[in-house]
Design a protein around this ligand. Structure first.
Ligand SMILES: Cc1cc2nc3c(=O)[nH]c(=O)nc-3n(C[C@H](O)[C@H](O)[C@H](O)COP(=O)(O)OP(=O)(O)OC[C@H]3O[C@@H](n4cnc5c(N)ncnc54)[C@H](O)[C@@H]3O)c2cc1C
Length: 399
């Protein structure tokens, strides 16, 4: 009997890999191991519509959830993988169950960073449906103030949703502008101004020293300069850590997540996809780990195809990442992979109008295009970027 392909993680990356395995003609057994007790929900609505109460939790289903039967995947929920050995391809669950795999897809995503200190009621992260519903329950109690620690995309979306619910919000960010680890400061400053224009108390360049408690419930956030910001609810959005603890002694190469080659292969018979995978993106000639919805689907599919290629060379996974973020009535969309130090060129509109498209330039390359309420511009630019990262065609497109 042939051993099953084992997929670890039943979210976007994992189930897309199963889809690609079946589409590519794999007829053997596929086992999907998932630590959560329920099939993971779609995550984007958790900081937006579900938190706002405009979407029922049951409607936040991930795209392949309805096709599990057709995919003939043996999904085992509540199965946390504890360890793996790359030489023998044996997988061990937290309950001691062992499985022998013919191939393995690592799709364990990432887990939110937390602030140090004891667990307190009223302090939240947002990754799972349970996280979202726990935060929503606290918001429904009408806190005087919500403090969001970290102005990355999730922090910024949660701040916007809370503000739209009519709550007082303080958004704290240690850097001089939101998102400056991944985007130039001009764009980060736009995001800060957007929140200020909606009445958020945005404080930049502030360190968080710790949380104050009243009994076992949070009562405020203590800043590094000694200031206390009172809060009944605190949302921590300070980034994520790739979920690789189960691979520590596995022999699978680890760095910033699972280290893969340009075909998403990490070791013979082992591929990785989604938030957990760092790979060499041949289109950019750079190693990257991308935490985005569409990317997890595309890379999951590429990883599934790579397993099917077996000992062959496999196809490189060349990608122009794309993502969106909804904040108030603004939709931010971005194609590409800029860095904080790239030049910013306004192609259309203006920051003042809160409606624009900008391109990021590094030498004679365009590293990405970001639009705010400019979907057509981003779609067109993405098509060009897929062909080439040359600056000239992007400039031409908008001249
Ligand atoms: C609140 C929120 C909002 C977002 N909004 C957007 C957006 O607007 N636009 C956008 O482009 N992207 C957005 N994203 C990002 C996007 O949802 C993620 O990039 C995507 O979910 C990654 O999919 P994944 O399959 O790699 O990992 P995950 O979705 O993290 O799934 C990994 C799964 O692996 C399981 N797992 C982990 N360890 C183990 C183990 N040891 N054993 C078994 N199972 C394990 C986990 O339980 C989890 O279900 C958002 C994310 C969040 C959290």
């Amino acid at each position: 009997m042939v051993d099953p392909v084992v997929v670890v993680g039943a979210s976007l990356g994992g189930l897309s890999a199963v889809d690609a395995l079946r589409a590519g003609g794999h007829d053997g057994d596929v086992v999907v191991l998932e630590a959560a007790d329920e099939l993971p929900s779609d995550r984007p609505p958790l900081s937006k519509q579900v938190l706002a109460g405009t979407m029922e939790p049951a409607a936040a289903r991930q795209p392949l959830a309805a096709r599990l039967e057709e995919l003939r995947a043996d999904v085992r929920l509540g199965f946390r993988v504890e360890s793996f050995d790359v030489a023998t391809r044996r997988i061990r669950g937290a309950d001691g169950t062992e499985l022998q795999a013919s191939g393995v897809v690592v799709a364990t995503g990432a887990a939110p960073r937390r602030l140090p200190g004891p667990e307190l009621a009223g302090v939240h992260v947002v990754r799972t449906m349970d996280d979202c519903l726990a935060l929503k329950a606290d918001l429904d109690r009408g806190p005087d103030r919500v403090v969001v620690v970290g102005a990355g995309f999730i922090g910024a979306e949660v701040a916007a949703t809370c503000r739209e619910l009519g709550l007082e919000v303080t958004l704290l960010e240690g850097a001089p502008a939101p998102m400056v680890r991944v985007l130039p400061v001009e764009v980060g400053s736009f995001v800060a101004d957007l929140h200020r224009s909606h009445g958020v108390d945005v404080r930049l360049g502030v360190g968080v020293d710790g949380l104050e408690a009243d009994g076992d419930r949070v009562s405020g956030v203590r800043l590094a300069d000694g200031t206390l910001v009172p809060a009944q609810v605190v949302v921590v959005g300070i980034g994520v850590v790739p979920s690789t603890d189960w691979l520590t002694d596995s022999g699978v190469p680890l760095g910033n997540g699972v280290t893969c080659d340009e075909t998403c292969l990490a070791a013979p018979g082992v591929v990785a996809a989604g938030d957990v995978a760092e790979w060499l993106n041949p289109h950019f000639g750079e190693r990257m780990r991308v935490e985005q919805w569409e990317h997890a689907i595309e890379q999951g599919a590429a990883a599934g195809r790579r397993l099917l290629a077996g000992d062959g060379p496999g196809e490189p996974f060349a990608s122009v990442p794309w993502f969106w973020s909804d904040q108030y009535d603004r939709k931010l969309q971005m194609a590409g992979r800029p860095s904080a130090t790239d030049e910013v060129h306004v192609l259309e509109g203006s920051f003042a109008e809160q409606r624009f498209a900008v391109a990021f330039r590094r030498g004679d390359r365009c590293t990405g295009v970001l639009g705010v309420n400019r979907p057509r511009h981003v779609v067109q630019a993405r098509m060009r970027l897929v062909e080439s990262l040359d600056w000239a065609p992007i400039e031409e497109l908008f001249s």
